[in-house]
Design a protein around this ligand. Structure first.
Ligand SMILES: Nc1ncnc2c1ncn2[C@@H]1O[C@H](COP(=O)(O)OP(=O)(O)O)[C@@H](O)[C@H]1O
Ligand SMILES: [Mg+2]
Length: 241
């Protein structure tokens, strides 16, 4: 039996008084990669921001390990075990790779910080010989590794990723997705928004299609990849693969 860690229940949220997402339900269990796909402007980033306390939650509930976080601030969520990588500007370009990672821990004792960093560098060996280099000089894929690595520095149980493969070449996309599978297998659940829907559904344990701020379809990644409607409307048609 999987163990539900994040439960978004009938959530309505938006900016100021304007609701962007309505009555949204989303679950993430331990050891899962859950993917959210859907057209531009559907409210995918808004959903992630709501979970992370970055906009106005209006109705419904959000629980994390059974405890409501509906009114929790971002600063309270990080120590509880949630961290996030935003859609853009997710590294400090003039800081080194190592400094970027260190920014991910606030109050952790130095000893713990060192152990966590070494665990993360084992997951992302490409970064090991780049620790002293400015993050802005790295390739797009390496920058995404730094961004995900920084999110892992607070030792979260759940990370929220907004389009981690945006702008990457198809080859690098595979590299990042492979790394995310390893992150999942190391015990961190992932809730991720993706534009590269077909590829993302292949690594998704479960997925949701959001349209116009509402849940439209959901199922395992494999099920959505086979679904005629989903394929035609959101995956560019073509035969199932
Ligand atoms: N900070 C904001 N203030 C007001 N409206 C916003 C803000 N961010 C996004 N929106 C609006 O919310 C809607 C959904 O945006 P978003 O969640 O970014 O979509 P997606 O990530 O699916 O492309 C869009 O109409 C967008 O204009
Ligand atoms: Mg978005």
């Amino acid at each position: 039996m999987s163990n539900k860690i994040l439960d978004v229940q009938n959530l309505t949220a938006g900016y100021g008084k304007q609701a962007i997402i309505e009555n949204i339900n989303t679950n993430v269990s331990d050891q899962q990669i859950v993917v959210i796909v859907g057209p531009n402007g559907a409210g995918k980033s808004t959903l992630l921001k709501s979970v992370f306390g970055l906009n106005n939650r209006m109705d419904g509930d959000i629980t994390f390990h059974g405890q409501s976080i509906f009114t929790a601030k971002t600063s309270e969520l990080v120590p509880m075990g949630i961290s996030a990588v935003p859609q853009s500007h997710n590294v400090f370009p003039t800081l080194t790779v190592e400094e970027n990672l260190d920014v991910g821990t606030f109050a952790a004792p130095p000893q713990d910080k060192k152990a966590t960093k070494s665990k993360i560098l084992d997951l992302f060996p490409d970064l090991k010989d780049k620790l002293g280099q400015q993050a802005g000089e790295l390739s797009g894929g390496q920058r995404q590794m730094v961004a995900v690595g920084r999110a892992l520095m607070s030792e979260p149980k759940l990370i929220l990723l907004d389009e981690p493969t945006a702008g990457l070449s198809p080859a690098y996309l595979e590299v990042i997705f492979d790394l995310l599978l390893q992150v999942r297998d190391s015990g961190v659940a992932i809730l991720m928004v993706e534009q590269n829907a077909k590829q993302a559904l292949r690594i998704a344990d479960y997925a949701y299609v959001l349209v116009n701020g509402k849940n439209a379809y959901e199922g395992t990644g494999a099920k959505l990849l086979q679904d005629d409607e989903v394929r035609k409307s959101f995956l560019g048609g073509g035969a199932p693969q």
